[in-house]
Design a protein around this ligand. Structure first.
Ligand code: GRF
Length: 291
C-alpha cells in the first residue's frame, strides 16, 4: 500500500515518512484544537455537540495539516494535495496536465499543442501541454516547445532506466498524463507504475502487425511496402512494459496503391496521425476528467 502511495505521489521513502508524520500530527492537533474550541461553547456532550465537533474539525483540519507541514518541509506537497481535494469536492474540473515525450521532428507534438491551445481558448479543452520530454539535444521538437513557450526536460539514459524514470520530477511538475509522440526509448516500469493507464503512444501501423522492438519510423513503412499490403494505418494504444503492446484505443486506416513508396506511405500516415491523435487525447482526457 505504501509503495502504491509513494508512486502515486511521486515521493521517496523519506518524504513519505515526513508526509505520514504530518498527517498524524496534523490530525492530532486538529482533534485537540477542536475539543478546546468546543469547550468554549459551553455545550454538554450530546448529539449537537458531536455534530458541531465534526463540522469544526472538518474546517480546522486543512489548517492544522498545513501548519504542521511547515516544520516537516512538506508545505508545497500539502498545498497541492489540499487544492486537489478542494477541486474534486467543488466539482471544479481543472485541465489535465500533459507531458509529451518526443525525440524527433515533433510534428505530432505540434498538432497536439495547437489543438489544446485552440480548444482551451474556446473553453472546450480538457488538457494542457505543460512539458516536452526529449532525449535528443537538437531535436526539432525542442524548437517547437520553445516557440510555444513550453518547458522542456532533456533526459539522461542512466537516470531514465536506472534511476526513478524521472517520476519524482514529473510528479513535482504536476504532470498527470503522458503522451508519446515519436519517442523511441522503452518506457521503464517505474514510470508505467506511477502512471497506470495514463501513458499512451502512437504507432505508424495497424498493430499488432508491424510492431515490436526495432519497428519504428521508415522501417515500418518499408516492411509494409515490401510485403505488398493494400492497407496501413495508425494505432493509438496504452503503454505497457512491452513495445507496441498495450491495449488499443484507436485505429485509423489508409489505402496503399501500387505507386506508393515508403516515403509516400509515411506522408499518408502523418496526415492520419495529425488528424486523429489530438482528438483522441482530448476525448480520452474528457472521459478521465469526468470520473
Ligand atoms: C510518428 O510517425 C509516430 O507514429 C511515431 O513517430 C513518428 C513521430 O513523428 N511513433 P513526428 O516527430 O511527430 O513528426
Amino acid at each position: 500500500m505504501f509503495e502504491k502511495l509513494k508512486q502515486r505521489w511521486g515521493v521517496n521513502g523519506v518524504q513519505m515518512l515526513l508526509i505520514l508524520c504530518t498527517f498524524a500530527l496534523g490530525g492530532s492537533l486538529c482533534g485537540v484544537a477542536g475539543r478546546k474550541l468546543m469547550g468554549l461553547t459551553g455545550l454538554e456532550n450530546g448529539v449537537l455537540w458531536i455534530l458541531l465537533y465534526i463540522v469544526l474539525i472538518t474546517l480546522l483540519w486543512p489548517f492544522c495539516v498545513l501548519l504542521i507541514s511547515i516544520p516537516f518541509g512538506q508545505f508545497s506537497f500539502f498545498i497541492k494535495y489540499l487544492a486537489k481535494i478542494w477541486n474534486r469536492m467543488s466539482g471544479n474540473k481543472t485541465k489535465v496536465s500533459v507531458a509529451i515525450f518526443a525525440s524527433g521532428a515533433g510534428s505530432n507534438a505540434e498538432k497536439i499543442i495547437e489543438h489544446a491551445m485552440l480548444a482551451n481558448k474556446s473553453g472546450k479543452g480538457h488538457y494542457s501541454v505543460d512539458l516536452i520530454v526529449c532525449n535528443k539535444p537538437g531535436a526539432g521538437v525542442l524548437a517547437i516547445a520553445a516557440r510555444y513557450g513550453i518547458e522542456t526536460l532533456l533526459i539522461d539514459k542512466e537516470q531514465f532506466f536506472k534511476g526513478d524514470g524521472y517520476v519524482t520530477k514529473l510528479k513535482n511538475l504536476g504532470i498527470q498524463f503522458i503522451v508519446l509522440a515519436g519517442f523511441l526509448w522503452k518506457v521503464p516500469t517505474s514510470l508505467i507504475r506511477a502512471y497506470p493507464d495514463k501513458i499512451i503512444n502512437i504507432h505508424p501501423a495497424l498493430l499488432p502487425g508491424y510492431g515490436g522492438k526495432g519497428m519504428y519510423g521508415s522501417k515500418v513503412h518499408e516492411a509494409i511496402i515490401a510485403a505488398g499490403d493494400k492497407e496501413s494505418g495508425i494505432t493509438i494504444h496504452y503503454v505497457d512494459e512491452l513495445y507496441d503492446h498495450g491495449s488499443i484505443i484507436f485505429q485509423g486506416r489508409c489505402a496503399i496503391d501500387e505507386k506508393d513508396t515508403a516515403e509516400t506511405l509515411a506522408q499518408k500516415i502523418h496526415v492520419l496521425e495529425h488528424r486523429h491523435y489530438p482528438q483522441v487525447i482530448e476525448d480520452l482526457l474528457k472521459m478521465q476528467n469526468s470520473r
